[in-house]
Design a protein around this ligand. Structure first.
Ligand SMILES: C[S@@+](CC[C@H](N)C(=O)[O-])C[C@H]1O[C@@H](n2cnc3c(N)ncnc32)[C@H](O)[C@@H]1O
Length: 347
Protein backbone atom coordinates (compact mmCIF):
# COMPACT_ATOMS: atom_id res chain seq x y z
CA UNK A 1 0.00 0.00 0.00
CA UNK A 2 1.51 3.30 -1.01
CA UNK A 3 1.72 6.05 1.51
CA UNK A 4 1.78 9.61 0.51
CA UNK A 5 2.58 12.03 3.23
CA UNK A 6 0.92 12.74 6.39
CA UNK A 7 -2.16 10.78 6.88
CA UNK A 8 -3.53 9.79 3.53
CA UNK A 9 -3.03 6.18 4.52
CA UNK A 10 -6.14 4.31 5.36
CA UNK A 11 -5.08 0.72 4.95
CA UNK A 12 -4.30 -1.47 7.88
CA UNK A 13 -0.97 -3.11 8.36
CA UNK A 14 0.24 -5.96 10.48
CA UNK A 15 2.22 -4.85 13.50
CA UNK A 16 4.43 -7.79 12.87
CA UNK A 17 3.59 -10.14 15.66
CA UNK A 18 2.07 -13.51 15.06
CA UNK A 19 -1.60 -13.55 15.92
CA UNK A 20 -1.83 -9.79 16.54
CA UNK A 21 -4.66 -7.68 15.24
CA UNK A 22 -3.63 -5.43 12.37
CA UNK A 23 -3.03 -1.77 13.13
CA UNK A 24 -5.27 0.81 11.50
CA UNK A 25 -2.83 3.28 9.95
CA UNK A 26 -5.21 6.21 10.14
CA UNK A 27 -5.84 5.67 13.82
CA UNK A 28 -2.15 5.16 14.42
CA UNK A 29 -1.39 8.42 12.66
CA UNK A 30 -3.95 10.29 14.75
CA UNK A 31 -2.77 8.70 18.01
CA UNK A 32 0.93 8.74 17.47
CA UNK A 33 2.53 10.23 14.38
CA UNK A 34 0.63 13.51 14.34
CA UNK A 35 2.49 14.88 17.37
CA UNK A 36 5.81 14.40 15.62
CA UNK A 37 4.66 16.77 12.90
CA UNK A 38 4.87 19.66 15.38
CA UNK A 39 8.12 21.56 15.78
CA UNK A 40 7.69 21.89 19.54
CA UNK A 41 7.92 18.12 19.87
CA UNK A 42 11.02 17.89 17.74
CA UNK A 43 12.55 20.77 19.70
CA UNK A 44 11.82 18.95 22.92
CA UNK A 45 13.79 15.99 21.65
CA UNK A 46 16.57 18.23 20.38
CA UNK A 47 16.79 19.71 23.88
CA UNK A 48 17.49 16.36 25.47
CA UNK A 49 21.20 16.77 26.06
CA UNK A 50 21.84 13.19 27.09
CA UNK A 51 20.16 11.84 24.03
CA UNK A 52 21.82 14.29 21.68
CA UNK A 53 25.28 13.78 23.11
CA UNK A 54 24.90 10.03 22.84
CA UNK A 55 23.98 10.18 19.18
CA UNK A 56 26.57 12.80 18.41
CA UNK A 57 29.25 10.59 19.92
CA UNK A 58 27.86 7.56 18.16
CA UNK A 59 28.20 9.26 14.81
CA UNK A 60 31.42 11.17 15.16
CA UNK A 61 33.34 8.62 17.20
CA UNK A 62 32.60 5.87 14.72
CA UNK A 63 33.77 7.40 11.46
CA UNK A 64 34.43 4.00 9.95
CA UNK A 65 30.68 3.34 9.94
CA UNK A 66 30.01 6.53 8.07
CA UNK A 67 32.83 7.42 5.77
CA UNK A 68 31.63 6.67 2.29
CA UNK A 69 28.59 4.71 3.45
CA UNK A 70 24.97 4.66 2.47
CA UNK A 71 22.68 5.32 5.37
CA UNK A 72 19.09 5.28 6.30
CA UNK A 73 17.66 6.47 9.47
CA UNK A 74 14.76 6.75 11.65
CA UNK A 75 13.80 8.60 14.66
CA UNK A 76 14.98 10.58 17.49
CA UNK A 77 17.03 13.19 18.95
CA UNK A 78 20.39 14.63 18.26
CA UNK A 79 22.07 17.87 18.90
CA UNK A 80 23.46 19.85 16.08
CA UNK A 81 24.51 23.36 16.69
CA UNK A 82 21.31 25.37 16.61
CA UNK A 83 19.05 22.34 16.87
CA UNK A 84 19.07 19.89 19.64
CA UNK A 85 17.15 16.82 18.62
CA UNK A 86 16.40 15.06 15.45
CA UNK A 87 16.48 11.67 13.85
CA UNK A 88 19.20 10.84 11.46
CA UNK A 89 19.69 8.27 8.83
CA UNK A 90 22.81 8.17 6.86
CA UNK A 91 25.18 6.76 4.38
CA UNK A 92 28.88 6.86 3.88
CA UNK A 93 30.68 8.55 1.08
CA UNK A 94 31.53 5.10 -0.13
CA UNK A 95 28.43 3.43 1.09
CA UNK A 96 24.83 4.22 1.87
CA UNK A 97 22.72 4.94 4.92
CA UNK A 98 19.07 5.09 5.71
CA UNK A 99 17.51 6.96 8.55
CA UNK A 100 14.02 5.97 9.50
CA UNK A 101 12.02 8.62 11.32
CA UNK A 102 14.40 11.41 10.57
CA UNK A 103 12.23 14.04 12.25
CA UNK A 104 14.13 17.32 12.07
CA UNK A 105 16.84 15.57 10.06
CA UNK A 106 19.57 15.98 12.60
CA UNK A 107 20.91 12.45 12.49
CA UNK A 108 20.96 12.50 8.71
CA UNK A 109 22.86 15.77 8.69
CA UNK A 110 25.39 14.50 11.18
CA UNK A 111 25.80 11.34 9.19
CA UNK A 112 26.56 13.34 6.08
CA UNK A 113 28.97 15.52 8.01
CA UNK A 114 30.66 12.36 9.25
CA UNK A 115 31.33 11.38 5.67
CA UNK A 116 28.38 9.30 4.51
CA UNK A 117 28.22 9.13 0.75
CA UNK A 118 24.46 9.01 0.58
CA UNK A 119 21.79 9.31 3.27
CA UNK A 120 18.12 8.45 2.84
CA UNK A 121 16.25 10.28 5.58
CA UNK A 122 12.76 8.83 5.92
CA UNK A 123 10.08 10.66 7.91
CA UNK A 124 6.41 9.78 8.07
CA UNK A 125 5.09 13.26 8.84
CA UNK A 126 5.21 16.71 7.30
CA UNK A 127 8.26 17.31 9.50
CA UNK A 128 10.05 15.99 6.41
CA UNK A 129 9.62 19.44 4.87
CA UNK A 130 11.52 21.05 7.76
CA UNK A 131 14.18 18.37 7.51
CA UNK A 132 14.58 19.16 3.83
CA UNK A 133 15.04 22.86 4.61
CA UNK A 134 17.63 22.06 7.23
CA UNK A 135 19.53 19.81 4.87
CA UNK A 136 19.59 22.60 2.32
CA UNK A 137 20.68 25.18 4.88
CA UNK A 138 23.60 22.90 5.68
CA UNK A 139 24.40 22.53 1.97
CA UNK A 140 24.01 18.77 2.15
CA UNK A 141 21.25 18.26 -0.40
CA UNK A 142 23.61 16.32 -2.67
CA UNK A 143 24.14 13.75 0.07
CA UNK A 144 20.93 13.69 2.11
CA UNK A 145 17.69 12.78 0.41
CA UNK A 146 14.66 13.35 2.59
CA UNK A 147 11.80 10.99 1.79
CA UNK A 148 8.34 11.66 3.23
CA UNK A 149 6.50 8.44 4.01
CA UNK A 150 6.58 5.58 6.45
CA UNK A 151 9.53 3.24 6.33
CA UNK A 152 7.11 0.37 5.91
CA UNK A 153 5.85 1.85 2.64
CA UNK A 154 8.65 3.79 0.97
CA UNK A 155 10.96 2.37 -1.64
CA UNK A 156 14.60 3.32 -1.35
CA UNK A 157 16.71 3.35 -4.51
CA UNK A 158 19.13 0.83 -3.01
CA UNK A 159 20.08 -1.16 0.07
CA UNK A 160 22.07 0.65 2.73
CA UNK A 161 25.16 -0.02 4.84
CA UNK A 162 23.88 1.58 8.03
CA UNK A 163 20.53 2.23 9.64
CA UNK A 164 20.45 4.84 12.35
CA UNK A 165 17.32 5.49 14.31
CA UNK A 166 16.29 6.96 17.61
CA UNK A 167 13.32 4.78 18.39
CA UNK A 168 13.47 4.39 22.16
CA UNK A 169 10.43 5.32 24.19
CA UNK A 170 9.75 5.28 27.91
CA UNK A 171 11.08 2.04 29.32
CA UNK A 172 12.61 1.49 25.91
CA UNK A 173 9.75 -0.22 24.11
CA UNK A 174 6.90 2.23 24.57
CA UNK A 175 5.90 3.61 21.15
CA UNK A 176 6.54 0.20 19.55
CA UNK A 177 8.81 1.95 17.10
CA UNK A 178 11.38 -0.81 17.11
CA UNK A 179 8.90 -2.71 14.91
CA UNK A 180 9.56 -0.16 12.18
CA UNK A 181 13.31 -0.41 12.65
CA UNK A 182 13.08 -4.17 12.24
CA UNK A 183 11.05 -3.63 9.10
CA UNK A 184 13.66 -1.17 7.77
CA UNK A 185 16.44 -3.61 8.59
CA UNK A 186 14.77 -6.53 6.89
CA UNK A 187 13.86 -4.53 3.80
CA UNK A 188 16.83 -2.25 3.29
CA UNK A 189 19.95 -3.22 5.24
CA UNK A 190 22.69 -4.98 3.31
CA UNK A 191 23.72 -8.35 4.76
CA UNK A 192 26.98 -6.74 5.82
CA UNK A 193 25.22 -3.67 7.22
CA UNK A 194 25.16 -2.31 10.76
CA UNK A 195 22.58 -0.58 12.90
CA UNK A 196 23.46 2.18 15.30
CA UNK A 197 21.78 2.32 18.64
CA UNK A 198 22.28 4.18 21.85
CA UNK A 199 24.25 1.77 23.95
CA UNK A 200 27.39 -0.14 23.14
CA UNK A 201 28.37 -3.32 24.85
CA UNK A 202 31.15 -5.81 24.28
CA UNK A 203 32.64 -3.57 21.64
CA UNK A 204 29.55 -3.97 19.49
CA UNK A 205 27.05 -1.36 18.47
CA UNK A 206 24.27 -3.79 17.95
CA UNK A 207 22.92 -4.58 21.37
CA UNK A 208 21.29 -2.95 24.30
CA UNK A 209 19.90 -4.10 27.57
CA UNK A 210 16.91 -3.24 29.64
CA UNK A 211 17.31 -3.47 33.38
CA UNK A 212 15.40 -3.25 36.58
CA UNK A 213 16.28 -2.27 40.11
CA UNK A 214 14.64 -1.50 43.39
CA UNK A 215 14.08 1.97 44.68
CA UNK A 216 12.91 3.75 47.78
CA UNK A 217 11.54 7.14 48.73
CA UNK A 218 10.16 8.14 45.38
CA UNK A 219 6.48 8.15 46.25
CA UNK A 220 4.75 11.46 46.71
CA UNK A 221 1.36 11.27 45.12
CA UNK A 222 -0.21 7.87 45.54
CA UNK A 223 -3.35 8.70 43.62
CA UNK A 224 -1.45 9.92 40.62
CA UNK A 225 1.11 7.17 40.66
CA UNK A 226 -0.98 4.19 41.59
CA UNK A 227 -1.59 2.85 38.14
CA UNK A 228 0.92 4.43 35.84
CA UNK A 229 4.67 4.38 36.04
CA UNK A 230 6.61 7.60 36.62
CA UNK A 231 9.23 9.25 34.51
CA UNK A 232 11.68 10.34 37.14
CA UNK A 233 15.30 11.02 37.99
CA UNK A 234 16.58 8.61 40.61
CA UNK A 235 19.55 9.19 42.85
CA UNK A 236 21.77 6.16 43.48
CA UNK A 237 21.07 6.39 47.20
CA UNK A 238 17.42 5.62 46.47
CA UNK A 239 18.39 2.23 45.10
CA UNK A 240 18.22 -0.47 47.76
CA UNK A 241 18.84 -3.64 45.74
CA UNK A 242 21.11 -5.05 43.06
CA UNK A 243 20.19 -4.48 39.43
CA UNK A 244 19.13 -7.29 37.15
CA UNK A 245 18.76 -7.42 33.38
CA UNK A 246 15.29 -8.30 32.20
CA UNK A 247 15.90 -8.20 28.48
CA UNK A 248 18.73 -8.01 26.01
CA UNK A 249 18.08 -7.47 22.34
CA UNK A 250 20.35 -7.74 19.37
CA UNK A 251 19.10 -5.17 16.87
CA UNK A 252 20.51 -7.13 13.98
CA UNK A 253 18.54 -10.26 14.71
CA UNK A 254 15.60 -9.30 16.97
CA UNK A 255 12.10 -9.89 15.62
CA UNK A 256 8.85 -8.18 16.52
CA UNK A 257 7.78 -11.36 18.31
CA UNK A 258 10.81 -10.95 20.58
CA UNK A 259 9.42 -7.67 21.89
CA UNK A 260 5.67 -8.22 21.81
CA UNK A 261 5.76 -9.68 25.29
CA UNK A 262 8.78 -9.35 27.54
CA UNK A 263 8.99 -11.72 30.49
CA UNK A 264 11.74 -12.36 33.00
CA UNK A 265 12.32 -14.01 36.35
CA UNK A 266 15.07 -12.23 38.19
CA UNK A 267 16.61 -11.96 41.64
CA UNK A 268 17.68 -8.75 43.35
CA UNK A 269 19.47 -8.72 46.70
CA UNK A 270 18.84 -5.94 49.18
CA UNK A 271 22.14 -4.22 49.82
CA UNK A 272 20.93 -1.29 51.90
CA UNK A 273 20.23 -1.38 55.62
CA UNK A 274 16.68 -1.78 56.96
CA UNK A 275 14.60 0.45 54.75
CA UNK A 276 11.33 0.83 52.92
CA UNK A 277 11.01 -0.86 49.53
CA UNK A 278 8.79 1.52 47.59
CA UNK A 279 8.94 0.31 44.04
CA UNK A 280 10.89 -0.78 41.02
CA UNK A 281 13.07 1.35 38.81
CA UNK A 282 13.41 0.31 35.22
CA UNK A 283 15.83 1.78 32.72
CA UNK A 284 17.74 1.35 29.61
CA UNK A 285 20.95 3.20 29.21
CA UNK A 286 20.76 6.20 31.54
CA UNK A 287 17.05 6.53 32.21
CA UNK A 288 14.90 5.13 34.97
CA UNK A 289 11.27 4.23 34.83
CA UNK A 290 9.70 3.98 38.29
CA UNK A 291 6.97 1.53 39.24
CA UNK A 292 5.72 2.33 42.73
CA UNK A 293 4.41 -0.17 45.27
CA UNK A 294 1.29 0.60 47.28
CA UNK A 295 1.85 0.02 50.09
CA UNK A 296 5.62 -0.08 50.25
CA UNK A 297 7.25 -3.04 52.03
CA UNK A 298 9.86 -3.23 54.77
CA UNK A 299 13.06 -4.90 53.50
CA UNK A 300 16.35 -5.76 55.19
CA UNK A 301 19.92 -6.15 54.05
CA UNK A 302 20.41 -9.72 52.87
CA UNK A 303 16.80 -10.14 51.67
CA UNK A 304 16.38 -11.38 48.11
CA UNK A 305 13.57 -10.13 45.92
CA UNK A 306 12.31 -12.79 43.54
CA UNK A 307 10.59 -10.97 40.69
CA UNK A 308 8.47 -12.12 37.77
CA UNK A 309 8.36 -9.45 35.08
CA UNK A 310 5.99 -9.34 32.17
CA UNK A 311 5.41 -6.60 29.60
CA UNK A 312 2.89 -6.67 26.79
CA UNK A 313 1.22 -4.21 24.46
CA UNK A 314 -2.08 -2.59 25.32
CA UNK A 315 -4.93 -4.17 23.37
CA UNK A 316 -6.42 -0.72 22.76
CA UNK A 317 -3.21 0.94 21.52
CA UNK A 318 -0.20 -1.11 20.52
CA UNK A 319 2.09 1.89 21.19
CA UNK A 320 1.36 1.66 24.94
CA UNK A 321 2.64 -1.01 27.31
CA UNK A 322 1.28 -2.91 30.28
CA UNK A 323 3.76 -4.18 32.84
CA UNK A 324 3.23 -6.76 35.56
CA UNK A 325 5.77 -7.01 38.37
CA UNK A 326 5.09 -9.84 40.80
CA UNK A 327 7.49 -10.12 43.68
CA UNK A 328 8.28 -12.23 46.72
CA UNK A 329 10.74 -11.28 49.44
CA UNK A 330 13.00 -14.16 50.52
CA UNK A 331 14.27 -13.48 54.00
CA UNK A 332 17.64 -14.65 55.34
CA UNK A 333 15.78 -17.50 57.09
CA UNK A 334 14.59 -18.68 53.68
CA UNK A 335 11.00 -17.69 54.40
CA UNK A 336 9.15 -16.20 51.42
CA UNK A 337 6.90 -13.17 51.92
CA UNK A 338 4.64 -12.59 48.92
CA UNK A 339 3.90 -9.08 47.73
CA UNK A 340 0.68 -8.37 45.92
CA UNK A 341 0.61 -8.50 42.16
CA UNK A 342 1.38 -5.15 40.62
CA UNK A 343 0.22 -4.04 37.23
CA UNK A 344 1.36 -0.78 35.70
CA UNK A 345 0.55 1.06 32.49
CA UNK A 346 3.23 2.84 30.48
CA UNK A 347 1.29 5.60 28.79
C1 LIG B 1 11.58 10.14 18.37
S1 LIG B 1 11.48 11.00 16.86
C2 LIG B 1 13.18 11.15 16.40
C3 LIG B 1 13.41 12.24 15.42
C4 LIG B 1 14.90 12.43 15.06
N1 LIG B 1 15.46 11.23 14.44
C5 LIG B 1 15.74 12.77 16.24
O1 LIG B 1 16.54 11.93 16.66
O2 LIG B 1 15.61 13.86 16.74
C6 LIG B 1 10.88 9.75 15.80
C7 LIG B 1 10.56 10.22 14.42
O3 LIG B 1 10.37 9.08 13.62
C8 LIG B 1 9.21 9.23 12.85
N2 LIG B 1 8.72 7.87 12.63
C9 LIG B 1 8.26 6.98 13.54
N3 LIG B 1 7.93 5.82 12.96
C10 LIG B 1 8.19 5.97 11.64
C11 LIG B 1 8.02 5.13 10.50
N4 LIG B 1 7.54 3.92 10.63
N5 LIG B 1 8.38 5.62 9.29
C12 LIG B 1 8.88 6.89 9.16
N6 LIG B 1 9.03 7.73 10.20
C13 LIG B 1 8.69 7.28 11.42
C14 LIG B 1 8.30 10.11 13.70
O4 LIG B 1 7.35 10.80 12.93
C15 LIG B 1 9.30 11.04 14.37
O5 LIG B 1 9.55 12.19 13.64
Amino acid sequence: MGSSANGSRTATTSNGGAGRAPVDKEVDFANYFCTYAFLYHQKEMLSDRVRMDAYYDAVFRNPSHFLGKWLAFQKRWDLVRKFRRAPIGFQRRLSTRASQGTGSGILAIWSAQAGARKVYAVEATKMAEHARQLVKANKLEDVVEVIEGSIEDVTLPEKVDVIISEWMGYFLLRESMFDSVICARDRWLKPTGVMLKLRWRRGSDLQFQMSLLLVENVRDDVDLCAWTSLWNNLHPNQVVGTAAIIKELDCLTATVDDILNVQASIKSSINAGDTRFCGFGGWFDVHFRVFLLHPSALVHEGNDLIVDFSMSRSKENHRLMEVELNCEIRQSSGELLPLSRNKFYIE
